[in-house]
Design a protein around this ligand. Structure first.
Ligand SMILES: [Zn+2]
Length: 102
């Protein structure tokens, strides 16, 4: 699944921001990213995605990742979120964390 090599999406199932498997930093100012939103969509038959948008806490650059999902992940998230969108006002305004805490 493209994108799941970088993103650990398991916390999305608890309505919490996703984590990255490695730390990510803003390419403009080296700042950290806040979670902005995640948006589910079906690209076409059997192609399921979650767009993960993040915003730099320093320079406000917005990045979006189009992470591939299985049909099961897509349907489960849609049910848990009660829709196709998870926003920062639900999860809290959190910095994107990575799995390997240092
Ligand atoms: Zn920045």
């Amino acid at each position: 699944m493209i994108g799941q090599n970088i993103w650990d999406i398991s916390s999305l199932f608890d309505k919490k921001p996703p984590k990255t498997k490695h730390p990510i930093f803003c390419p403009i100012c080296n700042g950290r990213f806040f979670f902005k939103h995640a948006f589910l969509f079906r690209r076409s038959e059997n192609q399921y995605r979650v767009d993960i948008a993040v915003k730099c806490s320093n320079c406000a650059l917005v990045f979006q990742f189009g992470v591939h999902l299985s049909k099961e992940q897509y349907e489960k998230l849609k049910k848990i979120w009660n829709g196709d969108r998870l926003d920062y006002n639900i999860t809290g305004h959190k910095i994107i964390e990575n799995d390997k805490k240092t």
